[in-house]
Design a protein around this ligand. Structure first.
Ligand code: ZN
Length: 244
């Protein structure tokens, strides 16, 4: 089996030096799927490369038995950083194919946006399947509108996925204290509001925190998801005020 890696995923995972972060890619041993781990603090990453791996063999909360390879940052101190990033991502793609081959994993990097895929993210949000259910009491909601209207559900957090905003989640807390992860894609179709500006100078970096509900003014494709997070949060606050 050949793992088909989307170039756009590598491109987005190619971070600037100045961010102090970098990314890793994890590939399943059966070459069936991959996921991007980003951003990873460069210092932590150095520890991993020095073989200070977590004892369970899962760097950065990745999966046991998967192969993890580093996606090094690019030098972003140049006038045309976007071109530099793209050139760097092309080189990284070629290197990745060679390195994976050494692990006996066949891979290809796909330039076209024609392969349906599911990126898995490590903050376990996208891993939760599409049905809307409570992680604790297993209550399920058939429709999104039922969730939003349910007075027992409180908006808790927005978990962005900076490598692909469509893969993020809104997290609600159920009355039983269990969590309900709702993919942002259930609320908003893919945004066409600019490109992904994560890690660029225009990016205020809110999306690197799972507990931030700050709105973002950057013309980034991630901004609409943050605006909605804010609205969901305020709606809940209003509701609480009314109840008190
Ligand atoms: Zn529950």
């Amino acid at each position: 089996m050949t793992v088909k890696i989307k170039f756009v995923d590598i491109l987005r995972a190619t971070l600037g030096f100045r961010t102090g972060n970098e990314s890793w890619i994890g590939v399943s041993p059966d070459s069936n799927c991959y996921h991007i781990v980003s951003p990873v603090d460069t210092q932590i990453s150095k520890g991993v490369m020095a073989c200070n791996r977590p004892t369970d063999g899962t760097p950065f909360g990745g999966y046991r038995g998967w192969v993890y390879l580093r996606i090094p940052p690019f030098f972003d101190g140049v006038p045309d950083a976007e071109s530099a990033r793209r050139d760097h991502a092309v080189k990284v793609s070629q290197e990745l194919i060679k390195k994976l081959d050494r692990y006996g994993i066949l891979s290809s990097v796909e330039r076209e946006n024609c392969h349906p895929r599911k990126i898995q993210t490590v903050n376990n949000n996208a891993l939760v399947e599409q049905n809307l259910s409570c992680s604790s009491c297993n209550k399920t909601w058939k429709k999104l509108v039922d969730c939003v209207k349910d007075l027992d559900l409180m908006f808790l957090a927005y978990h962005p996925c900076v490598s692909d905003f469509v893969e993020g989640s809104y997290v609600f807390q159920h009355g039983c204290k269990g969590l309900v992860y709702i993919p942002v894609s259930r609320f908003i179709r893919r945004s066409n509001e600019g490109k992904n500006l994560a890690n660029f100078n225009a990016c205020p970096g809110y999306c690197y925190y799972n507990d931030s509900i700050q709105e973002c003014r950057a013309s980034c494709e991630g901004s609409p998801y943050r605006r909605l997070a804010r609205r969901l949060y305020e709606k809940v606050s209003d509701r609480r005020k009314r109840i008190q």
